[in-house]
Structures are given as structure tokens and as C-alpha cells.
Design a protein around this ligand. Structure first.
Ligand code: ADP
Ligand code: MG
Length: 268
């Protein structure tokens, strides 16, 4: 997939048109500096896996990408758009909430704890945003939702409630729900960390399928096998900075920094 995407990108001139660009991104909560100058690029169709110790700022960075957190300094572009701001005549103007919401709609997010709407059926979960937010006709959204459920292997669960499903099934619903908004970018925050070990594989398989179809993904994960097999890029974060990044196999086999080596020795 890496190969094909890279070639397609070059052939269509998209090679220098990244999906995500973070430039010197800082984030602090009061005096706590959580992100201390993150630079990162994720190319279209690539899977970027982000790893690092607990508390290193991985979730905060993901939340900054879709502007759930407002960055303290730096710039963040997604799909060519500066998140949260409009640039005019060299000046930056903050966007209104509705404009930010519109930017955010193109970005799907999947959380560790699924976050499904418990009082809605599986199908209801998938229809909510497309119908209410994007004003898509219900019948059309329904057809697409059923296709998405089929794609994540849950066509027969449309009428069930989240509590009737296993964790792995709930997470696959959460992925389908995010896809129902037709995002150009998918963010995953430790999507398998809350799952029993025997359910991890079914979720990773769905994510692998998405990657093979060319979805651009940023995945915070401790699944090094997934990072190695599916990732185009591995980013190691510690204490709010990117310590090193590169081709996953290279970083895993030959880490350049002591901090990376020490982290990998604990998780591999
Ligand atoms: P990771 O996902 O790598 O474990 P996080 O991004 O969740 O790290 O957290 C990084 C640091 O930021 C932690 O010290 C955490 O307590 C702090 N933090 C995260 N969100 C907030 C918040 N809303 N207010 C204050 N501190 C926060
Ligand atoms: Mg986290």
C-alpha cells in the first residue's frame, strides 16, 4: 500500500500536498507545558503511528489536530486548511465555533472507550451526525450506514444497542460511525487499549482494511505489530516533543535515541 500510495501521489502531483502539517505546535494547560514544539507531516493515504510513554502528550496532540484543544502556539493544517484560523493579508483571525465545527467534520475520531450513544441503536449511532449535522436525506444515510456496518462485519447488528455488543464490536461501530461523515482523515486514540486481548485483532483488521483503501490515519497505539505492518511512519513522542520518527521498521530495529530505545525495550 505504501508503494502504491507513494506512486499515485507522485503521478498526480500530490506528493507535496500533505494531509496534516504540524508546525512548532505548543500546548499548555496553565503552567503545565504538554506539547513543546511538535513538527510533523502526514501524507495523504499514509498511516502515521504515534507511540510514547503515558503522559507524553499523544492524546493532547490528537485533540489539537481536530481542534478539540486550541493550541497555544504554532500552526496546524489539515487538508490545506489552517485549523481554527483564517489567514488574510498576513494576519490570523480566529474562526467562529460554527466554522471550526465545519473544519472538524472532515476529521473522524475514534476513542479508547468507544463513546457510542448508549440510548441509540447501532444504526441510530451511525445516522445521527450525517442526518442531523450534514442534513443528509435519511434514506440515503441509512443505505450508506448499512454498507459501512457490512464493511466492519456488523451488518446483522444494526438494530442492537451498544450494551448488547462486545467491546470489539462497539469499537467497530465507532469506526463505522466516524466513517459515516465521510472524513478525509481518521484519528485513533489507543483504539484497542480498552479491549480484552482476544478482541484486539478484529479492530486492528478493520483499521488495516481502511489503510489499504487509502484512508489517511493518525493512530496512537501500543500495538507495535500494527505499527510495523501497517504504518508508513512511526513517531516516538516523549515529554511533549517528537524524539524521533521514520519508517516503522527502521525506527523499531534501529532507534537513534536513548529515550526511544528505553521505551521500546519496555513495550516490545
Ligand atoms: P498521553 O496521551 O501521551 O498519555 P496526554 O496528552 O493525555 O498524554 O496528557 C499529557 C499531559 O497533559 C498529562 O500530564 C495530563 O495530565 C495533561 N493534561 C491533559 N489534558 C489536560 C487538561 N485538560 N488539563 C490539564 N492537564 C491536562
Ligand atoms: Mg492518551
Amino acid at each position: 500500500m505504501t508503494q502504491n500510495t507513494a506512486e499515485a501521489g507522485t503521478a498526480t502531483g500530490l506528493g507535496d500536498d500533505p494531509m496534516v502539517v504540524a508546525e512548532n505546535v505548543h500546548k499548555h494547560f496553565g503552567r503545565l507545558e504538554v506539547l513543546r514544539g511538535i513538527d510533523m507531516e502526514v501524507h495523504r493515504g499514509d498511516v502515521c503511528c504515534v507511540v510514547g510513554p503515558s503522559g507524553s502528550g499523544k492524546s493532547t496532540f490528537l485533540r489539537c489536530i481536530n481542534h478539540l484543544e486550541k493550541i497555544s502556539a504554532g500552526r496546524l493544517w489539515v487538508d490545506g486548511q489552517l485549523m481554527g484560523y483564517r489567514q488574510r493579508a498576513g494576519k490570523l483571525y480566529e474562526l467562529h465555533d460554527a466554522q471550526v465545527a465545519r473544519q472538524r467534520r472532515g476529521i473522524g475520531m475514534v476513542f479508547q472507550n468507544f463513546n457510542l450513544f448508549p440510548h441509540m441503536t447501532v444504526l441510530g449511532n451511525l445516522l445521527e451526525a450525517p442526518v442531523r449535522v450534514n442534513h443528509r436525506p435519511r434514506s440515503e444515510a441509512r443505505k450508506e450506514a448499512l454498507d459501512l456496518l457490512d464493511r466492519v462485519g456488523l451488518a446483522d447488528k444494526a438494530g442492537e444497542y451498544p450494551r448488547q455488543l462486545s467491546g470489539g464490536q462497539q469499537q467497530r461501530v465507532a469506526i463505522a460511525r466516524a466513517l459515516a461523515m465521510r472524513p478525509g482523515l481518521m484519528l485513533f486514540d489507543e483504539p484497542t487499549s480498552a479491549l480484552d486481548p482476544e478482541l484486539v485483532g478484529e479492530v486492528l483488521d478493520v483499521m488495516k482494511g481502511l489503510a489499504e483503501e487509502g484512508m489517511t490515519m493518525v493512530v496512537v497505539t501500543h500495538e507495535m505489530g500494527f505499527a510495523r505492518e501497517v504504518g508508513d511512519k512511526l513517531v516516538f513522542m516523549d515529554e511533549g516533543i517528537v524524539v524521533e520518527s521514520g519508517e516503522p521498521r527502521r525506527v523499531l530495529a534501529d532507534p537513534q535515541h536513548d529515550r526511544t530505545r528505553s521505551f521500546l525495550s519496555k513495550v516490545l
